[in-house]
Design a binder for this molecule. Sequence first.
Ligand code: SF4
Ligand code: SF4
Length: 98
Amino acid sequence: MKCEAPKQTAKELPLGDILEAGTAAEFETGSWRSERPVWHKETCIHCMFCWVSCPDTAIIVKDGKMTGINYEHCKGCGICAKECPTKQKSITMEIEKK
Ligand code: SF4
Ligand code: SF4
């Protein structure tokens, strides 16, 4: 079978092919998650390391303090748990129960 190259140049091809760029908020990407970050607010010092390191902007902040995790968009990458500096780890990862 002969495969034909697209006629458009790279700049003419649609961004993201199927999905348009900048539309992540419209999709519940949390459904991809196999692990879930769990926040332990009693040990959280609100340093916001998790917030600056989350690639999905899934750390919820109110008045400059962490208030939770947006599970609709968190993909469970675990970076927030890795970056949390508290000795007890104020975010830990657990296997997602589907
Ligand atoms: S990184 Fe840890 S201590 Fe810092 S705000 Fe996030 S959960 Fe709290
Ligand atoms: S697990 Fe990943 S996507 Fe989810 S809140 Fe932590 S850093 Fe963000």
